[in-house]
Design a protein around this ligand. Structure first.
Ligand code: KG4
Ligand code: ZN
Length: 342
């Protein structure tokens, strides 16, 4: 029997809805980004985010249902991000999901945003072998999970301070390059000299697999101050060759730490499958490094297509299938959990 899930995602600054059929067939996926709203503040402003979700959620869901060719009557369940994220933003998606599930009398499925990211590679490749190590790298999270089997997650490592995406955003901000920093640094680094600045390796001194990126960010700030690379120096024009070398070197240090941690996790857990997901999984240097490391160490690396790396609702819907198949339905009293741990 075919099943269709409507997915809804509003945990941060993207209002998204999607209809997915039979686990991974995307019938529609709509993402309304608020990037332009938050750009002038150099980061997401929670109050503005929830207000824009309220405005966008109705039209975004209507468009996803319309484009799916199925309509609301053909939906068998509603999957919604219940956390982690901004509480005011989560509540908007939750209210919409509850209303639709209640009116259609179909199951409501509470999905953890990080489980959504981890399931995103399956949208492009439904058959990925387990066990797997999952590297989740986004603006809010940088973690490694062991997935012994489908739907099971054990936290192996996390960042002790900044998330990798947050480090990209903060470095771009302090160099005056714009927002969000990840895609900008990705672009500026192309063809630059990534060994120009020997930044410290962003790994813990102890034997844990945890990450730490705030020292690296501070090193970039010190260098910028010492060399008089003023904030805003690149606004309006292109960044100077020196700035491009600096960000390329920074990017390389982040990528080295992520690849190093992932390889150590695979070795320790004797795993040969790697999943990489989250906004930073869009980074071309990271994708290249992981696939090279995979080839060298006999690992199979699976990354979602670039449009499924940043926040979207297709990943929430596809994760919802695991809950639907197991009968894990949420009740009408489902609450947002801004700190929900996977
Ligand atoms: O997964 P996501 O959309 O939202 C969160 O759940 O946080 O990730 C957004 C983050 C931002 O920090 C952004 O700078 C980063 O992903 N990002 C990138 C790239 N594209 C987005 N970082 C590095 N390289 C990219 N190409
Ligand atoms: Zn995310």
């Amino acid at each position: 029997m075919t099943a269709r899930i409507l997915g809804i995602e509003t945990s941060c600054d993207e209002t998204a809805a999607a209809v997915v059929e039979d686990r991974s067939r995307i019938l529609s996926s709509v993402v309304a980004s608020q990037v332009d709203v938050h750009r002038r503040y150099g980061g997401v402003v929670p109050e503005l985010a929830s207000r824009h979700h309220v405005e966008a959620i109705g039209p975004v869901i209507a468009e996803a249902l319309g484009r799916s060719g199925a309509g609301v009557e053909a939906i068998d369940a509603v999957a919604v991000t219940a956390g982690p994220g901004l509480v005011g933003s989560l509540l908007v998606g939750l209210a919409a999901a509850k209303a639709i599930a209640w009116r259609r009398r179909v199951p409501l499925l509470a999905v953890n945003h990080l489980e959504g990211h981890i399931r995103s590679p399956f949208l492009d490749r439904p058959e990925i072998p387990f066990p797997a190590v999952a590297l989740v790298v986004s603006g809010g999270h940088t973690s490694l999970y062991l997935c012994p089997e489908e739907g099971a997650y054990r936290l192996l490592a996390r960042t002790r301070d900044d998330a990798a995406g947050e480090a990209f955003d903060k470095v771009a901000k302090l160099l005056g390059l714009g927002y969000p920093g990840g895609p900008i640094i990705d672009r500026l680094s192309e063809g630059a000299d990534e060994s120009a600045v020997p930044f410290p390796k962003a790994v813990m001194k102890d034997r844990s697999l945890d990450f730490s990126f705030s020292g690296l960010k501070t090193a970039v700030r010190r260098l910028a101050q010492a060399e008089g690379i003023a904030r805003g120096s690149a606004v309006g024009g292109e960044a100077s060759p020196r700035v491009r070398d600096v960000v390329a070197s920074f990017q390389r240090a982040v990528v080295d730490a992520l690849v190093d941690g992932t390889l150590r996790a695979c070795r320790r857990e004797r795993v040969r499958t790697v999943l990489v997901a989250g906004g930073v999984a869009c980074n071309r240097r990271l994708r290249r490094a992981l696939s090279e490391a995979g080839a060298e160490h006999g690992l199979s690396v699976f990354a979602p297509s670039p449009e499924h790396t940043t926040d979207n609702a297709a990943m929430i819907a596809t994760a919802g299938f695991l809950h639907l198949e197991r009968g894990l339905h949420a009740g009408p009293g489902l609450l947002a959990d801004p700190n929900w741990r996977l």
